[in-house]
Design a protein around this ligand. Structure first.
Ligand SMILES: CC(C)(COP(=O)(O)OP(=O)(O)OC[C@H]1O[C@@H](n2cnc3c(N)ncnc32)[C@H](O)[C@@H]1OP(=O)(O)O)[C@@H](O)C(=O)NCCC(=O)NCCS
Length: 398
């Protein structure tokens, strides 16, 4: 990336794309794994099913498909991208960044690339980073991605967490220009007193991975559901409101909210807090569950492609997550919504190739509990060739 652009006043969304894995994990599937039931999950969360990445998929591979789709939607080429900012709490590796792997996979030769860590608020944080770069003239086009492979970090004996999360990726291209519209107001919050309400205890510098940490299941996501719920219902509406006010607008001026897809009751609380009807809230959590940093960009891409967004509409994307973090961005939509479907169709998963390490054998990535479920005759509609744990597969050399 070189600092060649002049500062501009606005950051516009010019491209959008999404990718979700084909494998579906239903509430009925989960009933066979933990003491839960469809009625409880639907009533308490609104979730009916979620997607599970196949054994050959990774956070980077899903991110690359969504990212390339967003680039195609924008009408740009991969090398037009100056910067890749990728939000995730489930990177392929601690290092290098997942963004670096995506850069190569989409065929970009010139962008700077980095990951952003703000859990489920990550996409909004990454978007705000992109806006700062383009308005400062440090980048003209930024690829912003939210991507998660959460099913490999879930304890499938913990019914409080394993029912909630799923896999997927969403992306936008943020481009700088002086045209009116685009991003109008951003609000970000971080409340570290909630830091241990959703966390992944082991694997970091405080508690490096060991046999003991694995035996204690400390490599899985842990959550205090009720406290998190309280934080979300308290903060989401206020963060959205702050971003709307910074945009010089009132909640009634926003035609569609794209809230983080964690729980239908939380989204209902946002609508109530803003005195707006539920038809102003886009909801797809029934099909994907909580995909953390991927949830807002997946929802945005679906909302636009389903015809819910028109040029000139004001939309507000709002998220909350571990940290505790929250973030909202209010934008005036300026891109032709019809472009999204063509952008999606232009990129197939096989069009991206995340380079694997040489001379390194990975262990099977599917958690044993999930693999056991997958190996049963009926529940998941997937080929089982490469998902049942067994001997490590040699990495393919490219
Ligand atoms: C997790 C969550 C759905 C739980 O719903 P809740 O209404 O708060 O439920 P509670 O935790 O109070 O549990 C109520 C009862 O259901 C039980 N229960 C919990 N999970 C269950 C499950 N999957 N199936 C059946 N029963 C379950 C509990 O054990 C409890 O039983 P008890 O009353 O006998 O003790 C809800 O707290 C939530 O959505 N929190 C926010 C989570 C979130 O958004 N995280 C992501 C942040 S980005």
């Amino acid at each position: 990336m070189t600092n060649e652009s002049a500062p501009v006043r606005r950051a516009h969304v010019t491209g959008w794309g999404r990718y979700v894995p084909e494998q579906i994990l239903t509430n009925a599937d989960l009933e066979k794994m933990v003491d839960t039931n469809d009625e409880w999950i639907v009533t308490r969360t609104g979730i009916r099913e979620r997607r599970v990445a196949a054994a050959h998929e990774t956070t980077a591979s899903m991110a690359a498909v969504a990212g390339l789709r967003a680039i195609r939607t924008s009408g740009l080429d991969p090398d037009d991208i100056d910067l890749i900012v990728l939000a995730t709490l489930t990177p392929d590796y601690w290092m290098p960044s997942t963004a670096a792997l995506v850069k190569e996979a989409i065929g970009n030769t010139r962008a700077a690339a980095m990951d952003v860590s703000a859990a489920c608020s990550g996409f909004v944080y990454a978007f705000s980073t992109a806006q700062a770069y383009v308005t400062a003239g440090l980048a003209r086009h930024v690829l912003v991605i939210g991507a998660e492979l959460l099913t490999r970090f879930l304890d499938y004996t913990d019914r409080g967490t394993c029912i909630l999360f799923g896999d997927g990726a969403g992306a936008v291209v943020v481009s700088g220009s002086d045209e009116p519209g685009g991003s109008l107001g951003i609000s970000l919050t971080t409340e570290p007193q909630g830091a241990y309400m959703i966390w992944l205890p082991a694997g970091g510098a405080k508690s490096p991975p060991s046999r003991e940490t694995v035996a204690r299941g400390e490599h899985y996501i842990r959550m205090e559901g009720r406290e998190t719920y309280r934080f979300a219902t308290r903060t989401l509406a206020s963060t959205a409101l702050e971003s709307i006010r910074r945009a010089g607008l009132e909640p009634g001026d926003v035609s569609l909210f794209i809230p983080h897809q964690a729980n239908i009751r939380i989204i209902e609380a946002v609508a109530k807090g803003l005195s707006l009807p539920m038809n102003r809230m886009f909801v797809n959590l029934d099909r994907y569950g909580n995909t953390s940093a991927a949830s807002v960009p997946i929802a945005l891409a679906e909302a636009v492609n389903e015809g819910r967004v028109a040029v000139g509409d004001r939309i507000c994307m709002v998220a909350f997550g571990a940290g505790f973090t929250s973030g909202a961005v209010t934008i005036e939509w300026t891109a032709d919504p019809a472009r999204g479907t063509a952008g999606d169709a232009a990129v197939r998963p096989g069009d991206v190739n995340v380079r694997l390490p040489v001379d390194w054998d990975s262990v099977d990535p599917i958690p044993p509990a999930l693999a056991a479920l997958m190996s049963r005759p009926d529940p998941l509609h997937i080929p089982l060739d490469d998902v049942v744990p067994g001997d490590p597969e040699p990495a393919s050399v490219t």
